[in-house]
Write a protein that binds this ligand. Sequence first.
Ligand code: SAH
Ligand code: SF4
Ligand code: F3S
Length: 517
Amino acid sequence: MNEKQRKEHTAQIKAATNPADRKSDKDYAKYFETTYQPPSLKDAKKRGKEDVKVHRGYDIPEDMVGIGKNKKFYIRTYGCQMNEHDTEVMAGILSEMGFENTDSTNEADIILLNTCAVRENAENKVFGEIGHLKVLKRDKPDLILGVCGCMSQEEGVVNRLLQKHQQVDLIFGTHNIHRLPQLLREAMFGKERVVEVWSKEGDIIENLPKIRSGNIKGWVNIMYGCDKFCTYCIVPYTRGKERSRRPEDIIEEVRHLARQGYKEITLLGQNVNAYGKDFDDMKYGLGDLMDEIRKIDIPRIRFTTSHPRDFDDHLIEVLAKGGNLMDHIHLPVQSGSTEMLKIMSRKYTREQYLELVRKIKAAIPNVALTTDIIVGFPNETEEQFEETLSLYREVEYDSAYTFVYSPREGTPAADMVDNVPLEVKKERLQRLNALVNEFSAKKNKQIEGQVVEVLVEGESKNNPEILAGYTSKNKLVNFRGPKSVIGEIVKVRITSAKTWTLDGEMIKDEEGVTNNG
Ligand code: SAH
Ligand code: SF4
Ligand code: F3S
C-alpha cells in the first residue's frame, strides 16, 4: 500500500469510527501507528526468501490470564478444515484466558466469526450474520464482535466492515491468531475498534493451546499457506506462502493424540504434496512423513488436500503399504480440459492427471477417489465442459465437491473477460451433479452385502436411535448398535446403499471383513 492509499484508508476509517470517543487526534494517530495495519492483496502475493523461524514457546500475557472469568465465547466457523482447526486454537487461547465456550450467541461476551473467502456466497453468508448480530450488540454494548479468518485478509472486506458495520469491534487475520490475547486487551479496554491484519505470514508458532472439537478424530496441520496461485483462487493471498512444520513437531503431536485415545488423524495443508519443499537443510517430503507417521499406534490416518502436480511416486509407494493409511484420496482436478487447466494454471494436463490416477489405482486397488470441480470458468466452452464429464466417467470418482466459478478480487481470473452466462454455468453444474450422484449411487451399490469397518462417531443427526460413522473410504454408514461402541471401530454389514450414505447392521467382531468400504 502506498502513501496515498494509506492516507485514503486512514480518512475512511476516521470517518467510520466515532469521534466522540476520541480523546485527541494525536492519540488517534498514535493508535493507527500501533494497531491499524491494512491488509494488501498485492503485498500478500509477494513471496520472500527470508527464513521462517519456528517458535516453540507460547504464553498468554500475565495480565490477560483469568480475564475471561465468568465470561463466555462463541466462535462460528465457515470454510475449510484449516479454519475449523484455527477455531480449535482460538478456543484454546480463550479458554486459557478463563473464558468458557457457549453454543448460544445470546450468552456470549465475545463472538468471533472465523470466515472463508473462497467464493462470493461464503462471504455473503458472513455479511448476513454480521447484520443479524447488530441487534445483539445494541442490547449488550460490552459484547465484543470480532471478524477473523480469510475474509479479514482482503482489503475490500476490511474497508466494507469499517465503513458499514459499526458493530464489528475487532478484525484480525489468519497470520496473527496467536495475538488474540493482546488484541482482545485492546478491544476490551481501549476505546477504538481494533484492526490488525498482517499481509505477510509470520513465523511458525508451535505449542499454541487447542480445545479440539472432538475426542475421536483430530486435525494436525503439517503446513501452512499455498504457493500454487491457481488463477481463480484467493487462498495463496489469504494464507501466505508455503511453510512446513518440522517433522518432529508433527510426529510429537500425532503421538500425543494417539496417547489421548484419538482414533483418526487428518494431516492438513492447502497443498500437502508440497510438504517439505521449503526445507533447505534436508530432502524430506510427504511420503517420508507418512512413512514415519504410519508407525505410530493410531488406527486411521488421512491427509488433505492433495495437489496432483506434486503427488510423487514415493508417496504412492508409502500409501500402498495400507494398514492405518486410509484407502481414500481427495485429488482435486478442477477441470477435464487441458486448455482450461492451463488457464487455471493448475500445471498439469488432462493426460498427466489420468496417468497419476492410473498409477494410484495400480498401487492401491479399490482406492476411493474424490475430487473438486469448478464449472463455468471464464470462456469455458460446451466441449471443454464435456471433457470434464468424460474425465469424471473415466476416473469413476466416489464423490465430488462441485462449484460454479466465483470471481475473487485480486486474482488473475477476476480480470478475464467471461462470455459464459450465469444460466449456462448453473445448467452445467446441474448436469455435473447428476453425474456425481449417479456415480456415488453406483459406487455405494457395490458395497451392498459387504462387511466394512466403521469408526463410530455418535448418534445419527436425524435419529438418536441410530449410530453413525465412517468407513476407511470415508463413506457415512448408519446402523443400530449400543452407545458403548461410540469412539470404537466396529464391523458393519452393509444392507442397503443410498446415493450418499449406507445403511448396515453391526456384526460380531469374529466375522471377517470384506474391507471394501
Ligand atoms: N487447496 C485445495 C482447495 C482449496 S479451495 C486444493 O487446491 O485443492 C477448495 C475448492 O474450492 C477448490 O478445490 C476449488 O474447486 C474451489 N474453488 C476455489 N476457488 C474458487 C473460485 N474462485 N470459484 C469457485 N470455486 C473455487
Ligand atoms: Fe487454491 Fe490452487 Fe492453492 Fe488449492 S492449490 S489453495 S486451488 S491456489
Ligand atoms: Fe476458505 Fe480460507 Fe479455507 S478461503 S476454503 S477458509 S483457506
